[in-house]
Design a protein around this ligand. Structure first.
Ligand code: PHE
Length: 450
């Protein structure tokens, strides 16, 4: 099946399309995920506060948004999957084969991402019902939750919601879902930010986040910022290529890239303004990862007036962020299966979700329930995360920059840029982005150290 055949010039009207607003919401929904909430504030604090934030902005502008535009352009011109779009826009079969990596990577990410999405759902219920705040050993509670069967149940619920949305299709499913959840998410962000910055002692947290410390800026921090810009814009996961296939040809891709980049940046900024004032106000270390979100923050909420409500809203926010990202990542293998094997959408959703669950269960169990699922000192869950985030994402990003920079003849036309902007973009894709992405890969795999 073709998703509306031909290149952008000979595009047929067949196939589903996003509305303009719906597409921006869906793309922002994909980028706004767990990454910016539990990793970004922490690395910002660690690598120099506002100084690091500035580098992150530069990375978003110089590398992130150009690669985002590249992915969208490939998708919209090819109107195929994250693999077949490469050949449909004129690349040889080798590119479609390399593109399969951009289908496998999101599938692997999906399998463990819904584990955490499930936790956010459980914590939202547990916070609102008051269950979460009945005792103050949050670390113990978290440990017993993730090693129990309940966690697998919530993982299944998260995957079922994701599958249900994707099964309903682009406009009735993904677009509608994001059009409701993203405005909801914005309201929650504002409420929680106001609460956080008005806590006693909040100023200290804001200062930690926003005071520039240029002495902490090193080559390493720049690479961390770039790696994070990549992850937080959902690049190298086939997502924007896949979403691009459903974008109307009148949509300006340059404007869309700007909107998504700006959305991601604002979300990251507000996340920092929630996390740091809250943790500082209650004297809790702003660690990154699960311990921040599921242990440190509940402790802070429990000490706050009306904490059950604010805590509940916070986990609803996280669940929204996680589910809108999960939906985008499931769409990649689903579109691939429809495009490659002619499966119906429903069949593709069911089979992909079942497989993702089968892989996700051992991942979830490796976090304590079945300690044998640890290899070389890393739990199976962490292996999946490491291989996808640190190896496959930069590799996929590199493939895209090389394809667009050196092999794609119609890139300018497909991206719809003016001659001047096209030159800038091509320069980035040829010389700047591939080198920096390669450096991120070598650094995140530990091959080079600073
Ligand atoms: N930008 C997303 C995030 O920060 C990345 C992502 C997208 C991860 C889709 C998983 C699924 O979480």
């Amino acid at each position: 099946m073709s998703l509306g055949k031909g290149t952008s010039n000979t595009q047929s009207s067949g196939g589903e399309r996003f509305s303009s607003f719906g597409f921006i919401m869906a793309a922002i929904g994909s980028s706004v995920g767990l990454g910016n909430m539990w990793k970004f504030p922490y690395i910002t604090g660690q690598y120099g506060g506002a100084a690091f934030f500035l580098i992150f902005i530069v990375c978003l502008l110089l590398i992130g948004m150009p690669v985002l535009l590249a992915e969208l352009s490939i998708g919209r011109s090819g109107r195929g999957s994250a693999s077949s779009s490469f050949t449909k826009v004129g690349g040889g079969p080798i590119w479609a084969r390399l593109g399969i990596l951009q289908v496998i990577t999101p599938f692997l990410i999906l399998s463990f991402y819904v584990v955490i999405a499930g936790w956010t759902l459980y914590y939202a219920f547990a916070a609102f019902s008051g269950q979460l705040f009945k005792q103050t050993d949050f670390s113990g509670q978290f440990g017993s939750f993730i090693t129990g069967y309940g966690a697998l149940g919530f993982q299944l619920v998260a995957l079922a919601i994701t599958g249900w949305v994707v099964a309903r299709g682009i406009s009735q499913g993904i677009e509608k879902f994001n059009k409701i959840l993203i405005p909801g998410l914005i309201i929650l962000l504002v409420i929680l930010m106001i609460r956080a910055v008005t806590l006693p002692g909040a100023a200290e947290g804001v200062a930690f986040f926003l005071q520039p410390d240029f002495s902490k800026l090193t080559a390493q921090s720049a690479l961390v910022a770039l790696g994070h810009a990549f992850f937080s814009l959902s690049l190298g996961m086939g997502i924007l290529i896949t979403y691009g296939a459903y974008v109307d040809k009148r949509q300006s891709l340059g404007a869309a890239s700007l909107a998504v980049g700006a959305g991601d940046l604002i979300y990251a900024f507000v996340a920092g303004l929630i996390i740091f004032p809250t943790t500082f106000s209650f004297g809790i270390a702003p660690d990154s990862g699960p311990s921040l979100v599921f242990i440190a923050l509940p402790a802070a909420f429990s000490a706050m007036p009306l904490g059950a409500i604010f805590g509940g809203l916070f986990f609803v926010l996280l669940a929204f962020a996680a589910l809108t990202s999960a939906v985008s990542i499931l769409e990649v293998p689903v579109t691939y299966a429809m495009d490659r094997w002619g499966w119906t959408r429903n069949k593709a959703v069911v089979i992909t979700s079942v497989l993702a669950f089968l892989l996700g269960v051992p991942a979830a169990m490796s976090l304590g329930m079945v300690p044998e699922l640890t290899f070389g000192g890393k739990a199976f869950f962490d292996w999946l995360d490491f291989i996808t985030s640190n190896i496959l994402l930069p590799v996929c990003g590199f493939i895209i920059t090389i394809f667009v920079g050196y092999f794609w003849k119609n890139a300018g036309e497909a991206a719809g840029l003016s001659a001047g902007w096209f030159k800038v973009w091509l320069f980035m894709m040829r010389y700047v982005a591939p080198i920096l992405v390669l450096l991120v890969l070598l650094h995140s795999t530990g091959i080079i150290k600073f």
